[in-house]
Design a protein around this ligand. Structure first.
Ligand SMILES: Nc1ncnc2c1ncn2[C@@H]1O[C@H](COP(=O)(O)OP(=O)(O)OP(=O)(O)O)[C@@H](O)[C@H]1O
Ligand SMILES: [Mg+2]
Length: 331
């Protein structure tokens, strides 16, 4: 594929407002027996966006529609400012796709496979070879790149799938369950890679998982699907709003934590032990003074060292527990 739009495709329109990479408007996919997407309105920006939902929520269907591989039943969507109904090829030239299921030819090495796809995307032979070596190094497959992929571990296969999604230097990548089948250490490595792609390489990322906990760690924004409907779309920081609780860690001999707790309570700060920390409920404080000043002065009066003083943040999964029915697995 080259830089020119193929015959039959209208010229690309003006790009969308800055920072907006995906917009959907009433997007619906009815498979007949299943309504996989139900009037979905979402906006995805630069950076890393986590697309979360239980099995069957519609994550893969959404990605395939955005790539122009599947037609929606109703509704519209744009990717990088291009309408999916008219510009499928132009979208696929600028977007990388790591599919959910295994798609690697077993007798081919990662190096040959990725190099082949790089040339298919229009890169000249020498540039394709260079990009292939770079991208395999970035995903951590440098050593094994000449071995047939049929002998790869699940972690290596996921890395090879990721490499082919990045080789043509896309502006946006869709990563469909990149942590699937990985052990905890490999999962952490993959999540770190996803974050680097979004932040260091400057490629917008839409990454799916059914685990809220892992996407919370790497996403700037989280979109949550529930049976094809949008449950919530927020900046990750909004999920992590402060609860109004402060956590304090004190240093000193045995009993220091109890003494500090009693003194804080006497100073008008309701508190309770939480492991080796003291939790202070600032929303029920009965002092007019700044809570941080009261804590500092109390520690000073007792001759106690303060090792830590921080706001307690809710995690996304806690937001869901409070929400009632929509509890998703988190680990
Ligand atoms: N080709 C198809 N024909 C009929 N139904 C389909 C088809 N593809 C998906 N579905 C159904 O649409 C719904 C959404 O499927 P989809 O694969 O998009 O979910 P998902 O969120 O990616 O799930 P998972 O986490 O299991 O990958 C499911 O109920 C699924 O059974
Ligand atoms: Mg899926």
């Amino acid at each position: 594929m080259g830089d020119h739009a193929p015959d039959g495709e209208p010229p690309p329109p003006e790009v969308e407002p800055a920072g907006r990479v995906i917009t959907t408007d009433g997007l619906t996919k009815d498979y007949g027996a299943v309504l996989a997407l139900d009037s979905l309105d979402i906006v995805v920006g630069e950076g890393v966006t986590g697309l979360v939902g239980a099995n069957g929520a519609g994550k893969s269907t959404l990605i395939k529609i955005l790539l122009g591989l599947l037609a929606p039943t109703r509704g519209r969507a744009t990717v990088l400012g291009l309408d999916i109904a008219q510009h499928g090829e132009a979208i696929r030239r600028q977007v990388g796709y790591m599919p959910e299921h295994e798609c690697l030819p077993p007798d081919v090495s990662a190096s040959d496979f990725v190099n082949h796809l790089a040339q298919m995307s229009g890169l000249p032979r020498a540039a394709a070879r260079e990009r292939t070596a770079d991208v395999l190094r970035h995903v951590g497959l440098a050593e094994e790149r000449y071995r047939p992929m049929g002998g790869y571990s699940t972690g290596m296969k996921q890395r090879a799938k990721l490499a082919q999604a990045l080789v043509h230097d896309p502006r946006l990548v869709f990563l469909d369950e990149p942590t699937n089948g990985l052990d905890p250490a490999a999962r952490d490595d993959m999540l770190e890679l996803v974050q680097r792609i979004g932040h260091d390489f400057g490629i917008a990322v839409l990454v799916t998982s059914h685990l809220l906990g892992e996407l919370e760690r790497v996403s700037d924004h989280v979109v949550i699907l529930d049976s094809g409907r949008l449950l919530r779309s927020s900046a990750t920081t909004e999920f992590l709003d402060s609860t109004g609780t402060l956590l304090i860690e004190v240093v000193g001999e045995t009993g220091t934590q109890d003494r500090m707790g009693q003194a804080l309570a006497a100073a008008g700060l309701p508190c309770w032990p939480q492991g080796h920390l003291i939790a202070v409920d600032t929303t029920r404080a009965t002092t007019d003074r700044d809570v941080h000043d009261v804590i500092r002065d109390t520690a000073c009066d007792l001759g106690v060292g303060l090792a830590r003083l921080q706001a307690d943040h809710r995690r996304i999964e806690d937001v869901f527990r409070e929400g009632g029915d929509h509890v998703l697995p988190t680990s």
